[in-house]
Each structure stands twice: as C-alpha cells, then as structure tokens.
Write a protein that binds this ligand. Structure first.
Ligand code: DGI
Ligand code: FE
Ligand code: FE
Length: 403
C-alpha cells in the first residue's frame, strides 16, 4: 500500500491544504492518506476563539471526508494529538513505520518545509522511515528543489520526489484567521468547514445561529454530515423548493426544512437517545430501537434548539421519515420531496416525480405505500404513524369520490 502522511496545525484546514492533498494523492497514486493535526505546545498562549485540539481534529475529519475518492481513502489521524508535548515528524513516522511495516510511506510537504527539512529534528530518522514528496506552491518554487534533493540524498539517503501543483490555492491559515475576524475569508474554506466554524463560533465568528441566511444555514448543516449525503440534501432542497412553488407554500421555509432535515443522520443510537432525553423529546417503543427513525426527532430538536426555526419547519422535520395523519402542506412537501429528489435513482422515482406535480396527496400516498412495502419486505416493524398517514389519505380519497 502507498500511504501519504500530511501533517499540519490545520487551524483551520483550508482549500490550499485540500488542493495539495488531492493533487499529491493523485500524482503519487496513494491508497491511503493520513491528515495529521499536530499538538500545539501547551505553554503557547492561544488567542481567544481558538479551536481546541479536538475541534481542529473535527475540522480535519471533515476535510478528510471531502477528499476521499474511490482510489484514495483519506483519514484524519489523532496520532500526534494523543502524544504529549511537541509533535516531531521523526516520532510520528517511527510510530507509523511500526503500524505499517510493509507499506510505502510518503511524507508530504510544501516548499518552505522541504527547503528546511535538514534542520528538522532527526532528519535521518524521517528519511529512513519515509520517502519525501514536496510540492511547489508558487510557480518557480521547484527551481530550488533539485539542489535540496541532492543534499538530502547525500546526507540522509533520502528518496525525494517533487512536483509543481499548478493552481494550488495560495492561502495560509494565519491569513484566513485574520480574514474571518473581518467577516471575509470563507471563499478560502470548504463550505462545510466554514459551517463548522460558524456553528462553533470559532476565530471570533459570533453569528446569531437563529438568524442565519440560507447560505450560512447550508454550510452549518453540511458540516454535520458526511460528503456522501450532500447530493441528497441539495436535491431535497431543490425538490422542496419546486413543490413549494407548485403548491403555494413558502419557498424559503421549504428550503430551510430541507437543508436541515437530515442534519443528525450520522448520530449513532447512543447520541440520538442522549439528545432526545436531554431535550425531553418523547420516543415511542418502536423509535427507541429503530435508529433510522430517530434522526427525524433529533433533527427537529436541533432545528429548534440550535437554529431557532419556527415550529412549522421543526414539525415538518419531525414527521419527515414516518409521515403522520393530516399533515400540513409543508410537512407533505418535505415528506415527499425527500423521496422525489433528483439524486435518488430507484425505478419508482420517475413516476413519483410526475405524480407530485399533478396531485400532491396522490404523490404522498404513493411514497407512503413504497415505504410500507419496503419496510415489510425487510421484515422491519412498520411505524404506526406511517400506517395512519396512509389510512388518512385513503379515507380522504374515499370521501372525495363520494362527493
Ligand atoms: O433520511 P433519508 O434516508 O433521506 O430518508 P428517511 O428520513 O425517509 O429515512 C429512511 C429510513 O427510515 C430507511 O432506512 C427506512 C426507515 N424507515 C422509514 N419508515 C420506517 C422505517 N423503518 C422502520 N423500521 N419502520 C418504518 O415505518
Ligand atoms: Fe431523513
Ligand atoms: Fe432525507
């Protein structure tokens, strides 16, 4: 296996880091890339609003998740945060060598690091444990690289590869922290990492979370989920906006409900249950043991507690998985927008998409029937609210046909 090691303070991880990581992974053909936030020395005074080590790790985890491809698995590693004191690459690489005795290790670094590598702590150990991959940040950087490569080879037996990474985003974390203080800089960050900073009020950002623009709400919500769910959330937002226009609901409310509807989807059972207990969210017997149903309840809670959403939106989120009898227009739109959104590709989606534009209730009924059918086929318990929702619409239909 080819393993890349890319360390940094990641305070915060930004698009420059991400572009370098992505390009290097591709150029080197890495199977695994480890992003390793370092341990800032404990005696160093950190400015107010600085993230904790755990928060830097969380942001690095988001970056790793966004960088993952079919070819390269990307993981944020806490190997340096777990070690006391200052982080030395020589120690980290020694540890990684033991963990991966047979694999090829590549230490990734930018221009400044590469040109000073001989002055690091124990460059001999570093060069024994890993090959060095240096990337030039600015055009012309690699001009100086040949000389340094020769020196490292002669002194430490280093194996070095270097390359230009054209289009590498020029950014430094220091610059970004300063920009964030002045309300700028988000264009230098992945949207979800900006969302994390917003949500946790880091680097002096103290936005009122109950009064976010749609753009900010998206960033905050996306920061809570994995990359693989983003196309679904974006698709649901567009489908709900379309349905809101078609059926005369408030489009912004429909968007806000969709943006937040799955924000707690990746919480595990324990996190779900703890949250619901903390905020007195009552669960029935089926919900208590059925993880896929809980994100609707906790999501509604977060929409209220964190983002101060109005009740109509929270209720739509609360009922988006099971549905219920006598749903409001917004509740129906989110319930069925979640199914009909364009990134889903089941064979029934095409029919559903047409149906919801012709007759919303018929569309909702169709969605409920599909859920009941699927749940039964998997031998799972069908939630009684789902059955009530279906029966309510069937009764309404029967009454309509009598009139
Ligand atoms: O969150 P999404 O995947 O976008 O969609 P969703 O909120 O409708 O959740 C779908 C999941 O919920 C899927 O795994 C099936 C499950 N589910 C929905 N209704 C029921 C159910 N599971 C059980 N056991 N019983 C239900 O009635
Ligand atoms: Fe959901
Ligand atoms: Fe969903």
């Amino acid at each position: 296996m080819k393993i890349g090691v890319y360390g940094g303070t990641y305070n915060p991880p930004h698009l420059g880091h991400m572009a370098a990581a992505r390009d290097a992974a591709e150029k080197l053909g890495l199977d695994l890339l480890l992003l390793i936030p370092d341990n800032t020395p404990p005696h160093k005074e950190l400015p107010a609003g600085s993230p904790t080590a755990q928060q830097r790790l969380e942001m690095t985890r988001i970056a790793a998740d966004r960088l993952q491809t079919k070819k390269t698995k990307v993981v944020a590693s806490d190997i340096e945060l777990k070690r006391e004191g200052r982080s030395y690459s020589a120690h980290t690489l020694t540890q990684l060598r033991e963990l991966y005795p047979k694999d090829e290790l590549w230490l990734l670094m930018g221009t400044d690091m590469f040109l000073t590598l001989h002055q690091w702590y124990r460059p001999d150990i570093i060069c024994q444990c890993a090959k060095i991959a240096a990337f030039g940040r600015a055009a012309g950087d690699t001009d100086h690289f040949a000389e340094q490569k020769k020196r490292l080879k002669k002194e430490f037996g280093a194996k070095v590869k270097y390359f230009d990474l054209p289009g590498l985003i020029e950014a430094s974390s220091t610059q970004i922290r300063e920009a964030l203080l002045e309300g700028r800089g988000r264009e230098l960050l992945d949207e979800s990492i900006y969302g994390y900073i917003l949500l946790h009020g880091l680097y002096g950002l103290d936005k009122d979370l109950t009064n976010l623009s749609l753009e900010e709400l998206r960033a905050a919500s996306y920061s809570m989920v994995k990359a693989k769910r983003l196309p679904h959330i974006k698709g649901t937002e567009e489908e709900c906006a379309l349905l809101a226009r078609r059926w005369g609901a408030d489009e912004t409310d429909a968007r806000r409900a969709a943006i937040l509807h799955d924000c707690t989807k990746f919480w595990n059972l324990e996190e779900q249950l703890q949250y619901c207990q903390k905020y007195d969210i009552l669960l029935d017997q089926i919900e208590e043991v059925t993880l896929p149903l809980l994100h609707a309840k906790s999501g509604a809670g977060v929409a209220k507690q964190v983002f101060g959403m109005p009740d109509a939106i929270c209720e739509a989120i609360r009922w988006h998985t099971t549905g219920k009898a006598d749903m409001t227009l917004l509740e129906k739109i989110l319930y069925i927008g979640d199914y009909a959104e364009p990134s889903r590709s089941y064979d029934w989606c095409h029919k559903l998409r047409k149906l919801v534009m012709e007759n919303l209730d018929q569309g909702v009924l169709y969605g409920l029937e599909i859920t009941i059918d699927h749940t039964r086929k998997k031998d799972n318990l069908i939630h009684y609210r789902t059955l009530e929702a279906r029966d309510f619409l069937l009764a309404q239909q029967a009454a309509d046909s009598v009139e």
